[in-house]
Ligand binder design. Structure first.
Ligand SMILES: Cc1cc2nc3c(=O)[nH]c(=O)nc-3n(C[C@H](O)[C@H](O)[C@H](O)COP(=O)(O)OP(=O)(O)OC[C@H]3O[C@@H](n4cnc5c(N)ncnc54)[C@H](O)[C@@H]3O)c2cc1C
Length: 292
């Protein structure tokens, strides 16, 4: 039967208004008793499709207004509260001006409806390899401020993802805020998907580079949908860093990024095609950065 005709299974529903109340609820979390959600754009369809088992209780975080913010200062960089919507991140003047790659990545997600409900925090916690915000956040040195019954901890996003749908977050932990340090350079996110809207990335490539006097000073390359988790292509980054800008080195680095990717064949694209597209898109993204 089509999922559109299926009813959601029964579960309890709570909507705490304070972050501390949500943490109190999760103290008792064991064996998937509670499932938190923010926008619900991943959780609700998965429960409906029976891809995710229905929890005993769904904990709606949207009532916690203290987590809905985007702030910035030069010393601390950008801070995105866990309930900031994808739309707000894509439109915030400070994100568009100082972190345009992240605004581009957020704007590439789904549709206006999904962007209005969904959050960047949910995109990260959902941990699918094709999450559009992840390559950009990895390139920008993003960190996740999380809190659980043991207190707060800061997790580098490079260490956050364990595999498809899996993160280092414990059952009692919540992501509170995404932090992105200030950095000098330019960034570009390119999403390849068969349809122009409402489609997941077949390949996502983010490149951030600081180019000074014709030299690559700092280069970071993030890849999505080509490995079990979003990843950095560090061999490729190292090939470029410290080198003079030139076609040969860019071509070598792009080929290295394709080598570093660990794509799979699936119904959306073959591994071979994905690898080829990594090479093409890394080259294209670097080209866009150096031509500005
Ligand atoms: C039609 C459609 C199209 C889509 N297209 C795209 C696309 O193009 N690109 C893309 O990347 N994604 C896409 N998605 C997926 C989804 O919209 C995004 O991943 C979105 O960012 C999820 O945010 P959310 O707030 O709705 O997450 P939710 O569904 O609320 O939660 C997602 C996961 O994160 C957990 N979670 C949420 N917030 C927290 C928190 N603060 N702390 C701990 N855990 C938390 C939840 O328990 C759940 O496991 C699409 C979804 C739909 C329905």
């Amino acid at each position: 039967m089509s999922i559109f005709f299926r009813r959601l299974p029964k579960f309890n529903y709570v909507k705490p208004e304070k972050f501390s109340d949500a943490l109190d609820i999760l103290r008792e979390n064991k064996d998937g008793r509670f499932r938190v959600y923010a926008g619900g754009t991943d959780v609700i369809p998965k429960i409906k499709e029976r891809v995710m088992p229905a929890p005993e209780t769904l904990v709606d975080l949207k009532g916690i207004s203290q987590l809905n913010y985007i702030s910035h200062d030069e010393a601390n960089g950008l801070r995105i509260g866990a309930l900031a919507s994808i739309h707000d991140v894509s439109q915030a003047p400070v994100v568009r001006e100082k972190y345009p790659m992240l605004a581009q990545a957020a704007a590439s997600i789904a549709s206006t409806q999904v962007q209005n409900r969904g959050t960047i925090a949910g995109n990260i916690c959902n941990a699918v390899p094709s999450a559009d915000s992840a390559p950009a956040l990895l390139c920008l040195g993003g960190k996740a401020l999380c809190e659980g019954k043991e207190g707060e901890r800061m997790i580098d996003l490079e260490e956050f993802f364990l595999g498809p749908g899996s993160t280092v977050l414990g059952d009692d932990e919540l992501l509170k805020e995404i932090q992105i340090p200030s950095a000098k350079g330019k960034g570009v996110y390119i999403k390849l998907s068969p349809r122009s809207r409402m489609d997941l990335a077949v390949v996502g490539v983010a490149v951030f580079a600081d180019v000074e006097d014709g030299i690559f000073k700092d280069v970071r390359i993030g890849l999505g949908a080509v490995a079990p988790t979003p990843m950095r292509a560090k061999t490729s980054e190292n090939r470029l860093t410290g080198e003079s800008v030139g076609d040969q080195v860019i071509e070598e680095a792009a080929a290295m990024a394709a080598e570093e990717a660990k794509p799979i064949d699936d119904h959306r694209a073959s591994a071979k095609y994905r690898r080829m597209m990594v090479e093409v898109l890394v080259k294209r993204a670097i080209g866009q950065i150096i031509s500005h």
